[in-house]
Design a protein around this ligand. Structure first.
Ligand code: EPU
Length: 420
């Protein structure tokens, strides 16, 4: 890409990656046809569809319609394909539904981005509280339950998104009441609870830190529209601010980006809320802001790399603190190659002002780092090449095409298309 153009125009935000993958897993809880709408055309959805097929669910992904149709048989397999599971972290979301439905789940320890250790102890301890026997056998997480799971009170050590989701999905078919305290409150969890409730589950407190689940005997499949992706919306908002642009972010839910939009406003953006989205405009050099990531409603860790890229071109010095993952700063090395003045120390990075970024060849190490490097390339002098962009395909549908539509001078090399 060649830097120096402002992003202007309109983008439509698709359904959230971090919701739809769990909604797909939840379909396993109900025999019959589940239809998911507003499904993003991203690589992780294709991998998750393969995971479900391997469990016996006939899964069709209509990319043009943005729809996934899943036909779940009366009996599903309890062992997931290890190679597929290792490709995406979200595949661990089949654990809860499988133990609840089959009394057994065998799921290889999942993969995901190179952003930290990403343990599963909170998932495992929670399932054990519900009566499952949980172990790791030769790299495979095995959970077994001799009968129906039994409702229990569970305190999470940390409001883990994945553990909250797994435990809700296990709890909906358990006998009795499950209470999950210190639960994650992300909008994607509220979306999962909305799907489960429509399926016949009884859940109180969706979107809060205490979830109360009264187990039911069975669930029925439904049609559900995925919540819009707040991280994609936030990425375009940061892009608009960095390039001094003007972008209408359709379907963007400002209420899911409270602290993000407040911070971007402090950095100089003007944010205008509309009936179906919001518009972000900016002029001149952004002002620096300090950011601390925290579980929702705190500043999302999935916008941290993009915000570091923003700070790299801002006017003053900024202090960024990462509290959710332990290796999210690896990408700073790549940003440094473009001329950013960054110093990392443990969970903190100090970003000092630099007169300008200059294009170079850099490597995307994960989905958000990749997006952030592209945003940096859009404001760097000359040409920037971002390699391994298949990471970006995991979370952003038609990323390059969307940017081209906003006026960016960017193209995708055929070799990078093959890599996806
Ligand atoms: N953790 C544990 N033990 C556990 C579970 C989590 O120690 O049993 C730790 C993790 O190691 C991590 C922290 O808790 O340091 C947060 O993990 P969490 O379980 O909340 O995250 P996740 O479910 O693995 C999801 C998203 C991430 C997003 C985080 C936090 C999906 C597929 N992934 O991960 O998204 O950053 O929640 O909001 O939903 C991305 O989209 O780029 C991405 C990484």
């Amino acid at each position: 890409m060649t830097g120096g153009t402002r992003l202007a125009g309109e983008v439509a935000v698709p359904g959230a990656k971090n919701s739809v993958l769990k909604l797909m897993a939840a379909s396993l809880l109900a025999p019959g046809r589940t239809t998911l709408e507003a499904v993003p055309d991203i690589l992780d959805v294709s991998v998750m569809a393969d995971v479900l097929r391997g469990l016996g669910a006939d899964t069709r992904h209509d990319r043009d319609e943005g729809q996934v149709v899943i036909d779940v048989p009366d009996t599903v397999e309890s062992t997931a394909d290890a190679d597929l599971v290792r490709r995406i972290r979200a595949s661990v979301a089949i654990l809860g539904p499988l133990v609840a439905r089959c009394g057994e789940a065998r799921v290889a320890l999942p993969g995901g981005d190179a952003i930290g250790a990403r343990a599963l102890d909170i998932h495992m301890n929670g399932l054990a509280k519900l009566g499952a026997v949980v172990d790791v056998e030769a790299g495979v997480l095995v959970a077994r339950s001799s009968g129906r799971l039994q409702g229990a009170s569970i305190w999470l050590d940390f409001p883990s998104v994945g553990a909250t989701e797994n435990l809700v999905m296990a709890g909906v078919l358990a006998k009795g009441t499950t209470v999950i305290d210190n639960a994650a409150q992300e909008p994607e969890i509220a979306d999962l609870c909305a799907l489960l409730t429509a399926m016949g589950a009884r859940i109180d407190g969706a979107g809060t830190s205490t979830l109360v689940v009264d187990g039911v005997e069975g669930l029925r499949p439904v049609v559900h529209r995925t919540v819009p992706d707040r991280i994609v919306a936030g990425t375009w908002a940061i892009g608009a601010l960095m390039t001094g642009g003007d972008v209408m972010i359709r379907h963007g839910r400002a209420e899911h980006l409270g602290i993000v939009l407040e911070k971007l406003t402090a950095a100089g953006a003007s944010v205008e809320l509309g009936p179906d989205g919001f518009r972000v405009r900016a002029e001149g050099r952004p002002r620096s802001i300090d950011v601390v990531t925290l579980p929702y409603p705190g500043f999302p860790t999935d916008l941290l790399p993009q915000v570091i890229a923003l700070e790299a071109i801002s006017e003053g010095t900024s202090l960024i603190t990462e509290n959710v993952f332990d290796s999210r700063f690896v990408f700073c090395r790549e940003l440094h190659k473009l001329g950013a003045d960054l110093r990392t120390d443990g969970h903190h990075v100090v970003v000092r002002p630099t007169p300008r970024l200059v294009g170079d060849s850099v490597l995307a190490s994960d989905v958000r780092a990749g997006a952030a490097l592209v945003l940096a390339g859009l404001v760097a002098e000359g040409t920037t090449e971002v390699r391994d962009v298949h990471h970006i395909d995991r979370g952003y549908a038609r990323f390059v095409e969307t940017l081209t539509g906003l006026g960016a001078r960017i193209r995708r090399e055929p070799s990078e298309v093959a890599a996806a």
